[in-house]
Design a protein around this ligand. Sequence first.
Ligand code: NAI
Length: 465
Amino acid sequence: MSTPQKGSRKGGGEQADKYTEFVSRGLGRDLAKRLGLPQPAILRRYEPGAPLVEGPILVLGHGTGADAVAAVLLEWDQDVRRHATPKEKLGAIVVVLDELAHPDQLSAPIRELGASVRDLAKNARVVSISRPALIEDAPEVAAARNGVDGVVRSLAKELRAGATANGILLANGIPAESASAMAALRFFLSGRSAFIDGQFLTASSTGTGTDGSQPQHDWAKPLEGRVAVVTGAARGIGAAIARTLARDGATVIVVDVPAAGDHLAQVANEIHGTALQLDITVTEAGARILDHAAQRYGRLDIVVHNAGITRDKLLANMDAARWDSVIAVNIASQLRMNKAFLASSHFTQNPRIISVASTSGIAGNRGQTNYAASKAGVMGMVRSTAPLLAAKGGTVNAVAPGFIETDMTAKIPFATREVARRLNSLQQGGKPGDVAEAIAFFASEAASGVTANVLRVCGQNLVGQ
Ligand code: NAI
């Protein structure tokens, strides 16, 4: 989504979407219904201790993969169905399609899915588990596999009442019930993925130890004992990321420019972390972060590159200062810091790098050639950095937010803002915490087989590629 010119440096509060509140009850709801106006749902967001989903989970699919996924859900104490029970409200449907070999084979499971869609409860989840179409696949196999993409993205646009549809792709012939696929499934089922719709996560390796056993995870405190750094954390999305990582158990170093020092200190105090005033564009930024982490905690495990700026202008009017500053902050700094992190003996224990990109970097945006170049650059960097992290047993991923309710987007003129925040399948803007939850997932131990992904957190924004 468009990230407009940034202005004043005020606190990082989330902005209210008053329209959604108004049409969610009483007179407002009746009025919106009669006039055919958008009726965005109040989304179910993650609360520690809340159930994973609100209702039974129907697992569709007839292969051994479906049985194995159902068994994992039972291990998680979920109420699992292998067949639809008429009129029973479902918390989720998981459709396992890992054995598809021809588009004709889509018919039975997808129509079975369709027959149960009306039984989905509010804020329910549909999750597919399938394989990516690869160049080396036989054409009919690739057609069948890619068909799932079309189904999930279309169904996501049909679902209502806060329900979402997303998919998991199993790379390298890994089994449906692999630990990494199950971590992605848990994320998509939970309230942590509330603003993610019509998207796919690729499980690139099993995520299990060398003995192939299913690792045990602390799902309530998945980042316990980990040391993280978050750049641009004085306000907005960065502050939300710092809070979320701390909630999940991490010790967090928050970084921002000296001018944001007061807000930065507030965030650090609130989460019992430490603040580091630093302009990330200076040559020694990576070394400064490593020194800070090593001196206080003896190590660094998770790096979140969140700091970013916009300097919007049509390309015809773009001056060097606007272009160069956006490239310097949004991408060149990350490349330089990553080199330092990768060379450090303090960044070696299942290290994680997560970058904040933008849907502008995927679809382009008028007035943002510089910003889109930097954010598309981030995605390219992430893919090429994955093998370097893999060599250290680590992962690197990016999150691409769409329209997020922050002080920054609150400054967009009313009519433009209203259009921008409704133009997605969930008909509302996301919250900074929605971006933070996706980052916390990538940072977690359970996601150790999930790398080189770019995950859109945009409510299935209508901007395409
Ligand atoms: P924000 O402007 O509220 O916060 C960015 C923070 O980064 C600020 O605290 C700023 O001081 C800091 N920062 C900027 N330059 C820095 C530097 N050289 N060194 C250290 N810190 C620096 O922005 P917001 O909305 O929280 O965005 C965070 C990230 O999310 C950015 O990368 C942005 O491009 C991205 N994003 C935001 C979207 C939105 O709708 N708000 C949509 C898509 C992406």
